[in-house]
Design a protein around this ligand. Sequence first.
Ligand code: B1M
Length: 214
Amino acid sequence: MADEILNQIAEQLIKGKAAEVKALTQQAVDAGVSVEKILNEGLVAGMSVVGERFKRNEFYVPEVLIAARAMKGGMEIIRPLLAASGVKPKGTVCMGTVKGDLHDIGKNLVCMMLEGAGYKVVDLGVNVEPEKFVAAAQENEAGLIGLSALLTTTMGSMKTTIDALVEAGLRDQIKVMVGGAPLTQSFADEIGADGYAPDAASAADLAGELLGAA
Ligand code: B1M
């Protein structure tokens, strides 16, 4: 019975059916299925399939956004219960688009994939100053900062943000992951980032590697 509902949650999430996912999640809660199971074997399981299909170019941005919206519907129901049940997130990630850059579609996808993979995500938005990344990471005890940039002119803000972390004496405690269309692995290496991910699903995998939670 529980397995059946969990499979249905995953299936409906993959199809992007927000109302169905929300209703099934509530049904699972009412049936006494643990919130941890609902999260991992229903919502996260579905989102992982979406991520894999996105990586293989079988799904495109609209399908991922629709699936992520469905995931949010389910999360709304279980988020308060998760907090109450003491289920710990795999880690905390502070995500943002760097200073000077207003592009957020890719960053939002990464946030959704991370949340879908079981991380607490603090979304700092766009045009985020280096100092804001540092302060937010400290405040939220984040193990990882995620920097997104879509403009060649704002890629330099990534280096400035890493420099700000060094200056705050936090570089050895907080990992940095970077991504965005103009980025490459060699640029990430050059600025001293801990990792580069070419897409949102890979970003969730990379977060696991960097936080030792894979
Ligand atoms: Co802008 N824009 N834009 N734009 N825009 C680009 C990026 C551009 C390539 C278009 C072009 O000229 N062909 C170009 C950049 C050129 C360059 O620097 N090389 C450009 C420009 C020039 C500009 C303006 C300067 C235009 C102007 O005003 N003259 C201006 C800058 C504003 C600013 O930021 N200060 C501007 C403005 C805008 C809009 C506001 C109109 C809008 C943004 C709306 C929004 O984001 N809310 C916009 C858009 C939509 C685009 C394009 C068309 C699409 C970007 C996008 O959302 N892609 C883009 C052209 C293009 O890419 N075809 C373009 C979809 C998204 C899912 O992909 O963001 O790459 P992406 O994210 C991927 C991966 O990169 C990765 O995962 C995501 C999912 O797989 N990823 C990460 C992203 N972040 C990651 C972080 C990670 C890991 C992976 O770890 C932390």
